[in-house]
Design a protein around this ligand. Structure first.
Ligand code: GCO
Length: 471
């Protein structure tokens, strides 16, 4: 990868004008990002953008229930209207295409496409068929996530991810979707960020369904991963031409000092953030250190489960946002020690592009069978304001440039990375933080639903145009 990347960039360096090199986003001439087959796209998720929660027989999801509970979501926001994408999807796709973005990562709302008996809901299915067909007409590569956290509430009422049966219901859902949508999906991801579903949803209660017990977290994780592993062969059988994978959010832990105890703490941070998911997927075993960190939380695992979970993947989606600086903590193994004087985003997350590079090169060493990687989310929130019709999101522009440089460094160090999706195409419902945190490269005015392209999106579009024009 690194070799052919440099061949392309050499040829390219003569073609790049000095003007483009001077802008605050465009990657340098020797960047692998100039390769035309490096997919550059944007991502969204169903509950965060669609709205229309009561339309066309959609069932309630755990996020409808959770966001209706006072105090769970900032300012009492819910996804009831969100970006109204369910009605504005055509214009939104036109916008995506007009920016020259080559890939679109979206998710399907499970409660929209099946009733409580598991029978298909045609109206919901038709929405995704129209959407995907239009994306294909526009020549956009489609990455579809089956589960981006909006579990049907009726399944939660029967135990949700604590109930092994939910994994089998997920397979029914994956089966239906891949039969109905085969041919319009380039890549299927079973789950988005199982760490968040399991840990935030069942371990500390910050996300839906809001349960808080360490044993719940590990059991929910096991059933999530089982659902993934059981679905992969079904997706392969129904839609052989597409790629199949999963999306994990990964965390970088760095030690607060050189002491052995703090280094161990940083290691344990990454065990619970990364190895908890990647080891069963890629090594067929949970990391034993996880249960030293969280004693007594071993999940119930049946014979053959780990073999199912470690079915080969065509790609691994990686979502990366920030690092955590940690020190040793006798009781829990590690505790976070926020650093002073570092650059942070509106979420309070530290801007730390090296973490992305270091994690990717580390995984490449740890997992011999590491599949090709797509960065399926990376981006930041800022308090963007429209001034005279424009949004100059300078911090985001610099953030994206630096993270794309980190991706380039990882590629040059030998990691097979094939694409990058900005989080997010447009401002949307940021889970427990509601609408206050704006992650989009397109601004959304929630009172009018007007979309305004931010400066960051203009610069990405400019780069893509130049890349396309190169010989
Ligand atoms: C997530 C999701 C996105 C978020 C994004 C910013 O991982 O949390 O995939 O839905 O909006 O990560 O927090």
């Amino acid at each position: 990868m690194a070799n052919d990347a440099s061949a392309v960039s050499d040829a390219h360096s003569q073609a790049v004008s000095t003007d483009s090199l001077a802008d605050p986003f465009t990657p340098p001439a020797d960047s692998s990002l100039w390769r035309k087959n490096f997919l550059l796209g944007a991502a969204t998720a169903s509950y965060q953008i669609e709205g229309a929660v009561n339309e066309d027989c959609r069932l309630p999801s755990i996020w409808d229930t959770f966001s209706a509970i006072p105090g769970k979501v900032l300012a009492g926001d819910t996804g009831a209207v969100a970006c109204d994408h369910y009605h504005r999807w055509e214009a939104d796709i036109d916008m995506l295409a007009s920016l020259g973005l080559e890939g679109y990562r979206l998710s399907i709302a499970w409660p929209r496409v099946m009733d409580t008996t598991g029978a298909p809901n045609r109206k919901g299915l038709d929405f995704y068929k129209r959407l995907l067909n239009r994306l294909k007409e526009k020549g956009i590569t489609t990455f579809v996530t089956l589960y981006h956290w909006d579990l049907p509430q009726h399944l939660e009422d029967r135990g949700g991810w604590l109930n092994r049966d939910t994994a089998y219901r997920f397979v029914d859902y994956a089966d239906l979707m891949s039969r109905e949508l085969a041919g319009t999906v380039d890549a299927w991801a079973t789950l988005n960020e199982p760490w968040c579903s399991a840990y935030l949803g069942y371990g500390n209660g910050h996300h839906a369904p809001g349960l808080a017990d360490g044993r719940f977290a590990t059991q929910a994780m096991h059933h999530l991963l089982l659902a993934h592993g059981l679905a992969i062969p079904v997706l392969r059988a129904n839609d052989p031409a597409s790629q199949k994978g999963i999306v994990a959010n990964i965390g970088r832990g760095t030690p607060n000092s050189d002491s052995a105890a703090d280094q161990r703490a940083a290691h344990l941070f990454e065990v619970q953030h990364n190895a908890w998911i990647l080891d069963p997927l890629l090594k067929g075993a949970y990391p034993q250190e996880l249960f030293e960190l969280w004693p007594g939380t071993e999940p119930l695992v049946l014979d053959g489960d780990l073999q199912t979970i470690s079915a080969p993947l065509d790609f691994l989606g990686i979502n990366y946002y920030f690092r955590s600086n940690v020190a040793s903590d006798g009781a829990h193994g590690f505790r976070e020690v926020p650093l002073e004087g570092v650059e942070r985003t509106q979420m309070g997350w530290e801007v730390y592009p090296d973490g992305l590079r270091d994690l990717l090169t580390g995984f490449n060493r740890t997992y011999r069978n590491l599949p090709p990687i797509y960065i399926t989310e990376n981006g930041m929130a800022s308090d963007d304001k429209v001034i005279d019709g424009h949004i100059d999101d300078t911090q985001r522009i610099s953030f994206l440039k630096r993270h794309l440089a980190a991706v380039d460094q990882a590629i040059k160090a030998g990691v097979d990375i094939r694409g990058y999706f900005l989080w997010s195409l447009m401002d949307n419902f940021e889970w427990a933080f509601g609408y206050e945190r704006r992650f989009g490269v397109v601004h959304v005015d929630y009172s009018t639903q007007k979309r305004t392209v931010k400066r960051s999106a203009e610069l990405v579009a400019k780069f893509l145009k130049e890349r396309k024009a190169q010989v």
